[in-house]
Design a protein around this ligand. Structure first.
Ligand SMILES: Nc1ncnc2c1ncn2[C@@H]1O[C@H](COP(=O)(O)OP(=O)(O)OP(=O)(O)O)[C@@H](O)[C@H]1O
Length: 604
């Protein structure tokens, strides 16, 4: 239980047993056990809160019983001592009620906290995997769902059904007052349950459809907003607004139908409750006239009836919140199940061995047409591989498979004999540097971006920046390494961003460096730095894979892989490949002559 804010711990650079590699920071847990644990936490929390609700319900009888006793005992006996005693007992019971109500709220809060602690990392990690396959917006919904679930559990709506299940206590007291009260209470409860079920049938489906349509719409708008510059520059806004409007109208119509039905059912339920309270009061008056019960019992019975029916009233009112929470949980659960990670959980030590790509086949999920059709080749430490081929030959797809972000259909990528896709991501990432075709820097400072968002030593960051040839450029920025960069910030030019991303790829001297179009935005100076970095990495024993349309840097490769239609057209020593293909391909003919003799004897 916590009343004060805690200070956040900073993440630190990670040797294998550092906090960044601790169990909590490693989200690759088995989805089934995460779901099981989350369910257990939820059920256990509800169990505790349910037991407390029982006591709270009993204590809610304080007011009607006090009224009954004052009316029947104190007024008749005129005894102030009895009144005082009853008052003391009632005040004690009310204080206890307040305490239990507060403790129940804390139980809900603890439950939300522990649920989120279990779900947060696995859900976000699952969202990342889904984003890799289906695009980033499919992933972000899970964050909203987690937040909605938390708000639901810590809000006021969750308690109503827990109180409703204790209605037998009130019914028992009503039967004790008079069997007619009991029967009236039972009929009233069954009527309200019937109305609640009817409300569920009328509201659930349409609310779900409306919420799904709304989420799709928010996703569409989100993806468009990230392209705001293009939209603004080419005046695409009116056309987009028209599309959104249609989708928005459809979603709000569905949500409105659900809302109107829900409100309508709530009004009916409420009226039914008040109506039944009046009937019970009238019935009580009749019983008093007949001498079958006392006026105190009449008043007490009416108040108890109100208490008995209130939770059912609230259940009908809050039903949409329950439907929403269940939908959120279902989406989180499905995402966890769908993206069940087959990857290893334990870190694997750094590899020093070769890279073997063995009969690698890849098809985009949901498609039968392979993008890569049986790629095989091998690299040794110190090799620089140039990958060339026409557009859509599968070069970038190959780079994604090399760094283990896409799953092979058959075959595989093996680093020192170990499957790159299955490798635990933290330790794999420590050995790999990746510069994707479209550079994406994260929100943070230049220092944080280069150090891969760790709290790294300045020496290592500067080392990577120097290797990428950006140290001086960073030094000229007003805040140097502390300059904030990231999505939507126009602090850096395209070439500068590419070079910072290169420094991030070089950070920690990876064993495998995969650079997809690394010179696309570079000027002559930038390209010279890139070449220096690639050679330095290879000289230190790294294997470098270079994908580039601008062939100038290919002269530094000692091996060449020529791809076409997802297949290997040629692979081998650079000079051999050029000789074999010199009559066939303009691409290859345009390759510049070999510039260096590689240490491992590759290039001649
Ligand atoms: N996620 C995806 N969904 C659908 N198709 C895909 C996906 N990823 C790759 N492809 C398809 O795979 C083929 C190869 O794409 P890839 O980006 O690997 O080519 P490339 O050789 O890198 O091309 P370029 O030189 O133009 O960058 C293309 O036909 C592309 O449409």
């Amino acid at each position: 239980m916590q009343f004060r804010r805690k200070k956040l711990a900073k993440p630190v650079d990670s040797p294998v047993n550092s906090p960044a590699n601790s169990k909590e920071a490693r989200p690759e847990l088995d989805a089934r056990s995460v779901i099981r644990e989350a369910r257990f936490t939820f059920v256990r929390g509800l169990g505790w809160a349910g037991v407390m609700s029982g006591f709270i319900n009993i204590l809610q009888l304080t007011v009607p019983l006090f009224m009954l006793q004052v009316h029947d005992r104190v007024i008749n006996s005129q005894s102030t001592d009895t009144l005082l005693l009853l008052l003391v007992i009632a005040v004690g019971a009310i204080i206890l009620y307040g305490i239990l109500d507060f403790v129940r709220a804390l139980v809900f809060q603890e439950m939300a906290k522990s649920l989120l602690r279990r779900l947060n990392l696995p859900a976000i990690s699952a969202a990342m995997r889904v984003a890799l396959e289906k695009g980033s917006l499919h992933g972000t919904q899970v964050l909203r769902d987690l937040s909605d679930l938390r708000n639901f559990i810590t809000g006021t709506t969750i308690a109503a059904p827990l109180e409703a299940i204790w209605s037998p206590i009130f019914l028992f007291v009503m039967f004790a007052l008079h069997p007619y009260y009991g029967i009236a209470g039972l009929v009233a409860v069954l009527t309200l349950i019937g109305l609640s079920l009817l409300g569920d049938v009328m509201v659930r489906q349409v609310t779900k459809e409306g919420t799904d349509a709304n989420l799709r719409n928010i996703g569409d708008i989100g993806s468009t907003v990230s392209n705001a510059e293009v939209i603004e520059a080419m005046g695409m806004m009116p056309a987009l607004a028209l599309r959104w409007r249609q989708a928005q109208i459809h979603a709000s119509e569905l949500l409105d139908v659900g809302n109107v039905r829900s409100k309508g059912m709530y009004s009916i339920t409420r009226s039914a409750r008040f109506g039944m309270q009046i009937i019970v009061l009238a019935m009580g008056a009749y019983l008093v006239i007949q001498g079958e019960t006392t006026p105190g019992a009449m008043i007490g019975g009416t108040v108890i009836m109100g208490r008995l029916l209130l939770p059912f009233d609230n259940v009908t009112r809050d039903w949409r919140a329950w439907v929403g929470a269940f939908s959120s949980w279902k989406r989180i659960r499905l995402m966890l199940e769908e993206s069940q990670s087959e990857r290893e959980i334990k870190p694997t030590p750094r590899s020093e061995g070769p890279l073997v790509v063995d009969n690698l086949v890849y098809a985009v999920p949901g498609s039968n047409v392979p993008v890569l059709r049986g790629i095989s080749f091998e690299l040794s430490p110190g090799d620089i591989l140039g990958v060339v081929g026409p557009s859509a030959a599968g070069k970038s797809t190959l780079s994604r498979l090399l760094v283990g972000t896409a799953k092979p259909a058959t075959g595989g990528v093996y680093l020192d004999g170990h499957n790159a896709y299955l490798w635990e991501r933290g330790s794999f990432g420590d050995m790999v540097g990746y510069l994707p075709q479209s550079v994406s820097l994260l929100n943070g400072t230049i220092r944080e971006n280069i150090s891969r968002m760790r709290d790294a030593s300045p020496r290592k960051v500067i080392e990577a920046a120097r290797a990428a040839g950006v140290h001086e450029m960073i030094g000229r920025l007003p805040l140097g390494y502390d300059t904030p960069i990231g999505a939507g910030r126009h602090t850096l030019s395209g070439g500068q961003q590419q070079r910072i991303a290169l420094a991030r790829a070089l950070y920690g001297w990876p064993r495998l460096l995969v650079l997809d179009e690394p010179n696309a935005n570079l000027d002559a100076e930038g390209e010279a730095s890139l070449i220096r970095a690639v050679r330095q990495a290879a000289d230190s024993g790294a294997m470098v894979v270079l994908i580039a349309h601008r062939q100038s840097i290919m002269q530094y490769a000692n091996k060449l892989l020529v791809m076409q239609d997802g297949r290997v057209k040629q692979f081998g020593e650079r000079t051999d490949v050029i000789r074999n293909l010199s009559n066939e391909s303009d691409d290859i003919k345009s390759l510049p002559p070999v510039k260096r003799k590689h240490e491992n004897g590759g290039a001649a």
